[in-house]
Each structure stands twice: as structure tokens, then as C-alpha cells.
Design a protein around this ligand. Structure first.
Ligand code: HEC
Ligand code: HEC
Length: 312
């Protein structure tokens, strides 16, 4: 009898072992410098910063979701990129940037798409010449930085804008703060998320973005050369198909999924995730409940983007 009780106790702990504090709500606002962020916003939307004048950051990171609806983004001269563009919303909370975590800081990251020959294909000199030649930019850079525009200033302004791209007040965050209750399906989905082990990789403030994990931990996922996995940086066999765990915030809006954009729907993404990374197949009911939970992770559009619509 005692043994049975112990087993029951263990099962209860195993099920609810991941307490609410494994996931933290996004703060309603975080500090950033407004003037820099507004300048960064202009730069983020400006296609003149690309080699052929057609591609801005926003071409691949949409104002609705911060992500791209295409499996692979198109850069200058219609060239196809090498990975699905992750969302830039809430990316300020990620421990590293890019699928393979190649860079740590947002400021450092900016040079990557700008210099990438497939994405924006611009060099530092051309960018600086353009910013100095445009009177409005020239004035703004001078006013904020106290000297003619430089590449590091541009990176600084865009990074400041990215800090403002947070999506607070999702239903889930409001639940975590004790402000609302979840519906029975959402609650059951959250319970499954913990019980099935999703939370072992998708946790923290972004439900992801804080560790590297293998895609295909249990059942192998096909590996192809050319994707930005950890292997592409380290050349270690064990790093093949290892990626930064993506955030699940706003995930209901950011299809297609995975580094290769291979899952067109959330259903498909969950099926593959459970199969490859947990080693079992989900049934339809579990998928529906998990999706009900994942939908509670949709937050408010970042205030800095909403301001646009409010102008008279
Ligand atoms: C042609 C499409 C394209 C353009 C233009 C583009 N990006 Fe990206 N962005 C991507 C892709 C694809 C990735 C993922 C690449 C990787 O991880 O190797 C990415 C990754 C990122 C990340 C990392 C997010 C994370 O969670 O790891 C940030 C931040 C980012 N881009 C910001 C920008 C900024 C700022 C600009 C403009 C200066 C920009 N991007 C222009 C396609 C694009
Ligand atoms: C062992 C760690 C691990 C576990 C467990 C895990 N995931 Fe993931 N998850 C990842 C990694 C790594 C990726 C990125 C894979 C890729 O792009 O190839 C990912 C990607 C995803 C995506 C796609 C996100 C996007 O923007 O592309 C969703 C949705 C997802 N996981 C949900 C879940 C759910 C729900 C569970 C539980 C059923 C789960 N994950 C369990 C590591 C994990």
C-alpha cells in the first residue's frame, strides 16, 4: 500500500513537476531609447539599404508577425535564402541570435543580413554614403549620435528598435500573472505541454530561445548540408541538426515552421516535433489541446508598430 502511494505521488510530481515559474511573462515594457528606436524603425523599413534597392529588413520580417510567410525568404535579385526567417518579435529575450546562435547581441546581428550577398548585399561604405547623403537621415544621425552616420550607429538604432518589438499581455501571460483563467481546453493543453515534455526545451520567458537542442533527438531528422545548424559553425558531428530552440510566442501566426520551413501548419509541426524529439505520436485530441494552449501565447502587437495606424 505504501509503495502504491509512493508511486502515485511520483506520478503526480512527474505530471505537474514543471511549475508555472518555468515560464515567465513578458514585461509590459522594457527600457529603450525612443529617438534611436524611431530611427531604427525607418531603417528597418527602408529598401534603399539593399544592393538592388528592393529588399528591406521588413521584406523578410513582416510587421504583423516579425517572421516570413515563405519557407525561404527572397533577397536581392530574387535570390532564395538558406533558412526560414525566424520572428524578430521578442528576439531581445533570446540568449543568442540566429538558428545556430552565431551572434549574441542584436547590434552585432544587423551586419549579417546587410552584408549577406543573398539577402541585402550592401557594404559598410555604401550604407554610410547613403545615410549621409539623405538630408533627413543625416540630420537624425547627427542629432542622436553627434557625428555623421556610421555603420555601428545604424546597427545601434536598428537594435534599439528591435528591443521595442515585444508582444506583452498574451492570454497566457495574463494567466501567469493571475489576471485571468484559461479555458478548460487551454488548461489541458498547458498540462500536456508540461506532462509530455515540451517544456524541457521550450521554457523561460520565450518558451525557447535559451538553449540549443537537436532536431531529431529520438527519431532522426534528415540532415542536409547548407542549413545554419550548430554543425555549420563547429563542424562537430554531434552538432548536426542542432538549432537554437525557437520561441513559441505568437507561434500560431508564424507558419511555416522549422529551420527549413517544412511544416506548413501548426498541426504538422506538432506531429513532427513529438515524433522526432519526444519519440511518440500525438493523437488528434492532444494536438487540438496543445494548439489551444499555443494560441494563448499570441501577444499584443508591439506598441511601436501600432503607433503607425493611430496617426490622424
Ligand atoms: C532576405 C531575407 C531577410 C532580410 C532582408 C533580413 N533578414 Fe533577418 N533573418 C532572415 C533569415 C533567413 C534569418 C535566419 C538566418 C539564420 O539563422 O541563419 C534571419 C534572422 C534574423 C534575426 C535572428 C532572430 C533569432 O531569433 O535568431 C534577427 C534579429 C534578424 N534576422 C534581423 C534582421 C534585420 C535587422 C534585418 C535588416 C537589417 C534583417 N533581419 C533582414 C532573413 C532576412
Ligand atoms: C528536445 C527538445 C525539444 C522538445 C522536447 C520539443 N521541442 Fe519543439 N523545437 C525544438 C527545436 C530544436 C525546434 C527547432 C527545430 C527545427 O527548426 O528544425 C523546435 C521547434 C518547434 C516548433 C516550431 C517553431 C517554429 O517557429 O519553427 C514548434 C511549434 C514546437 N517546437 C513545439 C513543440 C511542442 C508542442 C513540443 C511538445 C510536444 C515540443 N516542441 C517539444 C526542440 C524541442
Amino acid at each position: 500500500m505504501k509503495r502504491l502511494l509512493l508511486v502515485l505521488l511520483f506520478l503526480c510530481v512527474a505530471e505537474e513537476g514543471w511549475a508555472d515559474h518555468a515560464i515567465q511573462p513578458i514585461p509590459r515594457s522594457i527600457p529603450y531609447e525612443k529617438a534611436k528606436a524611431e530611427l531604427g524603425k525607418r531603417l528597418f523599413f527602408d529598401p534603399a539599404l539593399s544592393g538592388d534597392g528592393t529588399v528591406a529588413c521588413v521584406s523578410c520580417h513582416s510587421p504583423e508577425t516579425g517572421a516570413d510567410t515563405r519557407p525561404f525568404s527572397l533577397g536581392v535579385h530574387g535570390q532564395q535564402g538558406h533558412a526560414n526567417a525566424p520572428t524578430v518579435f521578442n528576439t531581445v529575450f533570446n540568449f543568442r541570435q540566429m538558428w545556430n546562435g552565431a551572434v549574441t547581441g542584436l547590434k552585432e546581428q544587423v551586419a549579417m543580413p546587410l552584408h549577406n550577398p543573398i539577402e541585402m548585399a550592401m557594404d559598410r561604405k555604401k550604407v554610410e554614403a547613403y545615410l549621409r547623403a539623405r538630408p533627413e537621415y543625416a540630420r537624425q544621425f547627427e542629432a542622436i549620435y553627434g557625428h555623421p552616420a556610421t555603420f555601428p550607429d545604424l546597427s545601434d538604432a536598428i537594435a534599439e528598435f528591435e528591443k521595442a518589438l515585444i508582444t506583452p499581455d498574451s492570454r497566457f501571460d495574463r494567466y501567469l500573472r493571475g489576471e485571468i483563467e484559461l479555458s478548460p481546453d487551454e488548461r489541458e493543453g498547458y498540462r500536456l505541454f508540461k506532462r509530455l515534455g515540451c517544456i524541457t526545451c521550450h521554457n523561460g520567458i520565450n518558451l525557447g530561445g535559451n538553449s540549443f537542442q537537436k532536431m531529431g533527438l529520438i527519431h532522426r531528422y534528415r540532415w542536409r548540408e547548407g542549413f545554419p545548424d550548430r554543425f555549420s559553425l563547429t563542424r562537430k558531428e554531434a552538432d548536426k541538426n542542432v538549432y537554437k530552440v525557437p520561441t513559441l510566442r505568437n507561434v500560431a501566426l508564424t507558419a511555416p515552421y522549422f529551420h527549413d520551413g517544412s511544416a506548413a501548419t501548426l498541426q504538422e509541426a506538432l506531429r513532427k516535433m513529438a515524433h522526432h524529439n519526444l519519440g511518440f505520436d500525438l493523437n488528434e485530441k492532444e494536438i487540438d489541446k496543445l494548439i489551444a494552449f499555443l494560441k494563448t501565447l499570441t501577444g499584443q502587437t508591439p506598441a511601436i508598430l501600432k503607433a503607425e495606424g493611430k496617426k490622424p
